[in-house]
Design a protein around this ligand. Structure first.
Ligand SMILES: N[C@@H](CCC(=O)N[C@@H](CS)C(=O)NCC(=O)O)C(=O)O
Length: 230
């Protein structure tokens, strides 16, 4: 199977983490030279977003959460989902809260990362949504999510790269606190999950790739933003 993605994308990284846990090898083809708006890519995914998984039969599956569930359905062992229905609901809810209520405003903030193009009013609105989303997640996260037979759960695959990105975005915007890690349970979780033998190296790859990207763009590196992070 081929995964169209980018090494600096948290949504691609969550899929690569799940594939590694399951021992599934994914080809990582280069994106079309014309980018995500090229006809070549739009035939893969008219939403013009990565990641997109293309199966051996040519089935195209966009949206990282759907890709994670496809991998879980197709390669059920080792399972990334707890066995009990109520525990599965908690895992599903954590992923949903992160994607809908946290990542949506975070992605909208990308347009305001350059101080020269920043609209302070829009930043204020999106940071308020982000802060609310983080509180929803922290509430349902509680003392921790239920474990899955694989060791990591689908929520671990999804949440860790998003927490990584949130640190960088909060620092780039000069926020006094990272909306996620200001919650002790999420801060503790991020510190612990970074030590996982699959997640840790994946987050390091994300840092390395984002550093190279920032250097090409002539701005301080992600390592800098992590160092000055609130
Ligand atoms: N909901 C999507 C979000 C994917 C997404 O936002 N991907 C970013 C890269 S991290 C992207 O493709 N951005 C390109 C764009 O928005 O133009 C998912 O879970 O796959």
């Amino acid at each position: 199977m081929r995964l169209y993605g980018s090494p600096n994308s948290p949504f691609s990284t969550r899929v690569r983490i799940a594939a590694r846990v399951k021992g599934v090898t994914l080809e990582l083809p280069a994106l079309p030279a014309g980018g995500l708006r090229s006809d070549e890519f739009l035939t893969l995914n008219p939403v013009a977003k990565i990641p997109v998984l293309v199966t051996e039969d040519g089935v195209r599956i966009p949206e990282s959460e759907v890709i994670l569930r496809y991998l879980e359905d197709r390669f059920p062992e080792p399972s990334l989902m707890p066995r009990e229905a109520d525990e599965r609901a908690r895992v599903n809810l954590a992923v949903r809260l992160m994607d809908v209520y946290v990542m949506t405003p975070v992605i909208r903030l990308f347009a305001h990362l350059d101080p020269a193009r920043r609209d302070p009013r829009a930043v204020e609105d999106e940071v308020a949504r982000w802060t609310d989303g983080a509180a929803y997640l922290a509430h349902f996260f509680g003392a921790g999510l239920p474990p899955a037979p694989a060791g990591l759960s689908l929520a671990d695959c999804a949440l860790a790269p998003c927490l990584h990105l949130n640190i960088r975005i909060a620092a780039m915007l000069g926020l006094p606190a990272d909306p996620l890690r200001r919650h002790g349970n999420l801060a503790g979780y991020y510190a612990a999950i970074g030590k996982d033998p699959v997640v840790g190296p994946a987050l390091d790859e994300l840092t390395a790739s984002q550093t190279a990207y920032d250097e090409r763009a002539g701005r301080p590196s992600v390592a800098h933003w992590h160092a000055v992070a609130p």
